[in-house]
Ligand binder design. Structure first.
Ligand SMILES: C[S@@+](CC[C@H](N)C(=O)[O-])C[C@H]1O[C@@H](n2cnc3c(N)ncnc32)[C@H](O)[C@@H]1O
Length: 264
């Protein structure tokens, strides 16, 4: 009787583990809503409660364990491995990250603004490709994420190239010229909350932060999606816009990046 109970419990636990580790992740990776609910709400909440740590802390621990200090590409690789093998996280990810890399390389910007740092995955990708003396300002309003991002940036050895500013985009965009001696940005990477893409783009226009030829690169335009931003940027005579089809980070759900050239 006790043996049967023991076998029953062990079998149940094994079944739950298989469901958690392989079955559910393989099913949800094709469905946007389910993927986000599973990875971003259920798994994150469960692991936070069980380990008494946060996802950014676990991601940082993976960087410190698996990446080489001063080697940005090893930091990116360690984060991608963590997100593919252990826990999904809302970085731009390896697939869309290659598109981001090619845009940064093509633009070769001297001034870059990133909206939404999270754990600095994309920040490290961008900064590692910048020419000497280029300036990257990244904005993050969550103090916990900002604290983790600073440590990831330091681990990658990119502290001198990146200025991480803690605060909300709507508050900082109007202060960019005065506080950071910025004339205009050559490249802006939009990857913060999706309902801010359009108001912040209009704010950057108003504040004179875009010049003829400035590039806006927006992540997640399909998933979770930014319909008002896409409607504006694709129909405004002030932009020439192009969609790069890809997938939501670490899944098979369609997502993509929108690259828009400001025409003045
Ligand atoms: C999708 S994550 C950024 C991912 C990051 N760019 C990467 O690829 O590694 C979005 C981040 O933007 C931050 N955020 C959202 N809205 C913001 C705002 N209005 N101002 C500053 N940060 C914001 C969130 O706290 C979150 O950390």
């Amino acid at each position: 009787m006790w043996l049967a109970l023991l076998y029953g419990c062990a079998g149940g636990a094994a079944l739950l583990y298989v469901l958690y580790r392989w079955v559910i992740p393989s099913v949800v990776q094709y469905h946007a809503g389910l993927a986000l609910i599973w990875h971003d709400t259920i798994v994150e909440g469960l692991l936070n409660a069980l380990t008494q740590t946060t996802r950014p802390q676990r991601l940082l621990a993976a960087v410190q364990k698996n990446a080489t200090r001063g080697d940005p590409r090893s930091v990116v690789k360690a984060i991608d491995q963590f997100c593919r093998q252990k826990e999904w996280a809302m970085n731009v990810g390896d697939e869309k990250g290659c598109i981001l890399d090619s845009v940064v390389t093509e633009v070769n910007p001297a001034t870059v603004l990133e909206l939404g740092t999270y754990c600095a995955y994309s920040t490290v990708r961008i900064a590692s490709l910048l020419p000497p003396h280029a300036k990257l300002i990244t904005l993050e309003f969550n103090p916990h994420n900002a604290a983790i991002a600073r440590q990831v940036i330091a681990w990658a050895g990119l502290g001198d190239k990146i200025q991480l500013v803690e605060g909300a985009s709507g508050d900082w965009i109007p202060k960019m010229k005065e506080k950071f001696a910025i004339e205009t940005f050559d490249l802006v990477f939009l990857d913060h909350w999706k309902d801010r893409y359009l108001p912040d783009t209009k704010l950057m226009e108003e504040c004179g932060l875009l010049r003829k030829g400035s590039i806006l690169l927006a992540d997640n335009v399909i998933c979770p999606g930014t319909p008002d931003y896409l409607e504006y940027i694709r129909n405004s005579p002030r932009y020439k816009s192009q969609y790069f089809r890809s997938h939501l980070e670490y899944t098979k759900v369609e997502d993509g990046l929108e690259k828009s050239v400001f025409l003045g």
